[in-house]
Design a protein around this ligand. Structure first.
Ligand SMILES: CC(C)(COP(=O)(O)OP(=O)(O)OC[C@H]1O[C@@H](n2cnc3c(N)ncnc32)[C@H](O)[C@@H]1OP(=O)(O)O)[C@@H](O)C(=O)NCCC(=O)NCCS
Length: 290
């Protein structure tokens, strides 16, 4: 049984474009910085268009927001909780719980998120029916050398999402388009012996530049899945020489990247109603949109 009933004195409603500034203020107060976060109208606009944002109001002002994005797959739609942020002045007063009740009214559907290490996050998601499964590592480092037999070419969001849908049954077209429109956004295909075996999008500003999301041919074995990530990272040209990628700790690319001097700068916890909503040995997910 879950208990997500909102406390008295809190009002929750769906957000509109009129709320973008107030959402940005909450995100900023919660420590969000820069491009493709809650302070970025392009990111919030993408969620308003293709997902759902709820805001919580206390004392007449917006003090928190949360966002979900439905990801349609072969077994139905998984609801990804992209964001949950409450103004620090209102932490621990039931705002996070009230937002989850609005965003996840259906208790039997597949749901997942990348939980921060804030002490309120895991207990809240656990009470909403999610279990904690594996760490998502934020990795940063210098580009690596291209593995033998791999080549990487720039592509289009359409071609990348067509490959991804063929491999996984999941249509991420609108997300790939949005990621490719971000600063330094580029669609990428990695080929093994000339055959497309991984496809994704890189994007971001400054230190935030890196591989956002990569899908792979399910026939790749572990070493090939690792090489696909290394090949794409090797192809990214960065001004400062560093790139970022988020990988599940069990992903086969983690060990070679750490051995090559890449560093873990942060980590979240993958929480989900079912462990295999994301495969930790293959997923290269965006922390916000999976
Ligand atoms: C995480 C966050 C959204 C939660 O919102 P909130 O309004 O503070 O949370 P709530 O008050 O609704 O719920 C917190 C729950 O955690 C429980 N809790 C708090 N500390 C706990 C602890 N150490 N151990 C166990 N449970 C704890 C509280 O009792 C409460 O549960 P209850 O409703 O059953 O009493 C908010 O704290 C926040 O914005 N944090 C910073 C940003 C962040 O990390 N966001 C998460 C992104 S994944």
């Amino acid at each position: 049984m879950t208990n997500l009933a909102p406390r008295q004195g809190l009002m929750v409603r769906g957000a509109t474009t009129a709320d973008v500034d107030a959402i940005g203020r909450v995100a900023e107060a919660a420590g969000q910085r820069g491009e493709w976060t809650g302070v970025d109208p392009a990111y919030v606009g993408h969620l308003l268009r293709y997902g759902r944002i709820a805001v919580v109001i206390a004392g007449g002002r917006i003090v928190g927001f949360g966002a979900t994005r439905g990801i349609p797959g072969r077994d139905g739609v998984t609801s990804m909780l992209c964001d949950l942020f409450v103004h620090p002045s209102h932490h621990g007063r039931g705002c996070g719980r009230a937002l989850l009740a609005e965003l996840w009214p259906e208790q039997n559907s597949p749901r997942m998120t990348f939980s921060s290490q804030h002490p309120h996050a895991l207990p809240l998601y656990t009470s909403a029916g999610l279990g904690g499964w594996w760490p998502l590592l934020y990795l940063t480092g210098h580009t690596v050398s291209t593995p033998a037999r791999w080549t990487v070419e720039s592509s289009t969001p359409e071609a990348v999402s067509t490959l991804e849908a063929a491999w996984t049954g999941i249509d991420r077209r609108t997300d790939h388009r949005a990621w490719a429109r971000r600063p330094n956004g580029m669609a990428i295909v990695a080929n093994l012996d000339g055959r497309p075996c991984a496809a994704g999008t890189a994007a971001g500003e400054g230190d935030g530049f890196g591989l956002v999301h990569l899908a792979g041919d399910p026939r790749l074995h572990d070493a090939q899945a690792a090489d696909s990530v290394l090949a794409v990272l090797a192809a990214l040209e960065t001004a400062g020489g560093n790139a970022r990628v988020c990988l599940p700790a069990p992903h086969p690319a983690v060990r070679p990247l750490l051995a090559a001097g890449w560093r873990v700068t942060s980590m979240d916890l993958f929480m989900a109603t079912h462990a295999m909503l994301l495969d930790p040995h293959r997923a290269v997910p965006s922390p916000a949109l999976a």
